[in-house]
Design a protein around this ligand. Structure first.
Ligand code: SAH
Length: 353
């Protein structure tokens, strides 16, 4: 009896010790984002790449005009988290340290995920996170008090507009390549595709390059399409998807519906269904499909994080489970739909009138 009590007490102590260690992770949870922002601003990844993928600490600190000892500590932190590798691995030999790229550190470049990280760590986005509890509580701040909804705020601030468009483009490049690679049949037989809320047109540019038979219409708010890069095969059209959607064989909606309430999504989906051919048209939705409980997978953490982004920044938006997607599609009047997962964090839902 005594021994059992003792072992229970030890087990409890062990659990408490593990919890205390775990909580430190959260106490400093903001840090990885801050250090990545620092690495991106210093252009560490690009600099290592320019030096043939490998650079010694003294050369890196000269190139970046940084103090070698602070830079060494930043690199030590990054390396611990899988960004960059160092040779030799013997400690206390700072001057002979050489840094090389890893698949993760390559993503810290402009063509990787740097623009997305810069948006997430921007002062404007961080302000929203500070108001999370207010938004969850019943008397949450309404959008007028915040200077309009996310798109109105972007329209009023060209720098923030660019930050958003570039961030979306970095995700769009990876997501679209993954879909074209894994599910090329999604775009077969489509000659004209309207990307509703298409941002700066990156998804369509990636598509027409891979599938030159497709002509694209990139449809977004005027403030977005007016600064979008031009591309052969893609027309830029400005407008409001709640008012009108241009006609096409199919409509594409990536990371648009998660920004809106169920009622708004149903309105958008009905507008999209109204402009595609009844017999062979389809609406292609690219979004997260949240899996709960037993069904959780390697994407679940990211899906739940995205859902928090929706509360912090989008007010009415949310990430949806398959059941919730089904509800929207049924209410909008679609008769058939299929879901395809991809190796990216988004799935492809094809919905037919
Ligand atoms: N589909 C792109 C961008 C997603 S962000 C991508 O995945 O990269 C959501 C987009 O919806 C933004 O570009 C935003 O400007 C656009 N948007 C918001 N309200 C809109 C409206 N009323 N009409 C058209 N586009 C809108």
């Amino acid at each position: 009896m005594e021994a059992k009590k003792k072992s229970q007490a030890n087990e409890k102590k062990e659990e408490e010790r593990a919890a205390l260690l775990e909580i430190w992770k959260y106490a400093f949870a903001f840090q990885p984002l801050a250090v990545l922002k620092c690495a991106i601003e210093l252009q560490i990844s690009e600099t290592v790449e320019r030096h043939g993928g490998s650079i010694a600490l003294p050369d890196l600190s000269t190139a970046l005009r940084c103090s070698p000892s602070a830079l060494h500590r930043i690199m030590r932190y990054l390396i611990h988290h899988g960004f960059f590798q160092q040779t030799p691995t013997i400690p206390h030999q700072e001057s002979s340290l050489c840094y090389t790229q890893t698949p993760l550190s390559r993503l810290l470049s402009k063509d990787g995920m740097a623009p997305f990280i810069l948006l997430q760590s921007s002062p404007a986005e961080l302000v929203s996170w500070h108001g999370l509890s207010r938004r969850v509580s019943a008397n949450g701040v309404d959008s007028a008090a915040r200077g309009g909804d996310a798109w109105e705020r972007a329209a009023a601030d060209p720098d923030h507009n660019k930050l958003i468009n570039d961030a979306m483009a970095s995700h769009a490049r990876f997501a679209m390549s993954a879909i074209i690679d894994q599910h090329p049949e999604v775009f077969q037989g489509i000659t004209s595709l309207v990307d509703v809320g298409g941002g700066d047109g990156t998804a369509l540019r990636t598509l027409v390059k891979a599938c030159p038979w497709v002509r694209g219409v990139n449809y977004d708010r005027p403030q977005v399409v007016s600064v979008a890069p031009l591309c052969h095969g893609v027309d830029q059209v400005g407008g409001d998807m709640f008012e009108m959607v241009p006609k096409g064989d199919a409509v594409f909606l990536m990371w648009v519906l998660h920004n809106w309430s169920d009622e708004e999504c149903i309105r958008i989906l009905r507008n999209c269904m109204g402009v595609i051919p009844k017999n062979k048209g389809k609406v292609i939705i690219v979004e997260a499909v949240v899996k709960e409980g037993e069904g959780e997978d390697e994407f679940s953490k990211i899906h739940l994080a995205l859902d928090m982004v929706m509360i912090a920044h989008m007010e009415k938006g949310k990430e949806r489970t398959f059941k919730e997607w089904e509800y929207l599609l049924n209410e909008a009047g679609f008769t058939k739909y299929t879901v395809k997962d991809s190796w990216n964090i988004v799935s492809v839902i094809e919905a037919y009138p």
